[in-house]
Write a protein that binds this ligand. Structure first.
Ligand SMILES: C[S@@+](CC[C@H](N)C(=O)[O-])C[C@H]1O[C@@H](n2cnc3c(N)ncnc32)[C@H](O)[C@@H]1O
Length: 254
């Protein structure tokens, strides 16, 4: 609808059925978040000693604790979901972490600036990426970094969830990429029907970041090691397609 871009924020993690399903997934020690995405995200972290960090879409706050362990002096974890923050406050609390229940579409309500803004697997829930990155830019100190992971655009591209073509042994033989060029809303079934995400092409993402003033330092499309693929054969699918896109950008002006 004209003029309402980015105004509607779905808070699906507070839906009990979704929340229970997500909790089960994250309880699995071989979840892709732990094996593939988090190591890649942390590999992009600059030296965090004496730095202030904002984690947007912080969820359980696992990364917030990790940032403190890596030397950050002050961490703010922001999330739209009260249920996710309840776990963060119970399992990952510290005097140096402040959790706040807020949407990342409303960063302008924050008065302070940070040295590093992280976001792990949350920005694909945001419709207006241009506004988000401008707001993040305005909340970074000079020289600060924005480091994020998101569902890979090859994943968000599809309008259906018919992701793979299988052979007679039920092995994935190729990915069914469709509608990559058609940006915008995607409604998927993930634990519940009607989970809203937004698809953007890789060039759109990079152009939004550079238009806001950021310099792109590194991008990653991580795949698990051979050993992991042997241990968990389902991870062999990464040979055909990455599941995550990670980007590290820097603010180089005042
Ligand atoms: C896949 S979880 C990732 C959680 C955490 N970053 C991690 O990696 O463990 C996505 C998180 O983004 C949050 N989120 C979604 N939309 C948001 C919004 N508009 N503002 C703030 N957080 C949001 C969800 O509530 C959820 O906690």
């Amino acid at each position: 609808m004209e003029g309402t871009k980015g105004m509607s924020n779905q808070n699906i993690y507070d839906n009990q059925e979704f929340f229970d399903g997500y909790k089960r997934l994250r309880g699995n020690p071989s979840a892709a978040n732990d094996i593939v995405e988090k190591p890649a995200l942390l590999s992009l972290a600059p030296d965090l000693h004496n730095k202030s960090v904002l984690d947007i879409g912080c969820g359980y706050g696992e990364n917030c604790i990790r940032f403190l362990e890596l030397g950050a002096t002050k961490v703010m974890g922001l999330d739209i979901s009260a249920k996710m923050l309840e776990i963060a406050r119970t399992e990952n609390s510290s005097l140096n972490i402040k959790y706040i229940n807020k949407s990342m579409t409303d960063l302008n309500g924050l008065s302070e600036k940070f040295d590093v803004v992280f976001s792990s697997l949350a920005v694909h829930y945001i419709e207006d990426f241009d506004k988000l990155v401008k707001d993040i830019y305005n909340h970074l100190n000079y020289g600060g970094y924005f480091i994020f992971s998101q569902e890979h655009p090859l994943t968000t591209a599809l309008l259906t969830q018919d992701y793979w073509t299988l052979n007679s042994e039920n092995e994935r033989i190729h990915y069914n990429l469709t509608t990559y060029a058609l940006e915008g809303e995607r409604k998927v079934t993930w634990f519940v029907d009607g989970v809203i995400k937004y698809h953007r092409t890789i060039s759109s993402i990079v152009n939004s970041l550079s238009t806001a003033g950021f310099i792109v330092e590194k991008m990653l499309e991580p795949i698990p090691s051979k050993d992991i693929m042997e241990q968990y054969p389902s991870y062999k699918k990464y040979i055909h397609k990455p599941d995550f896109l990670l980007v590290k950008v820097r603010k180089t002006t005042e």
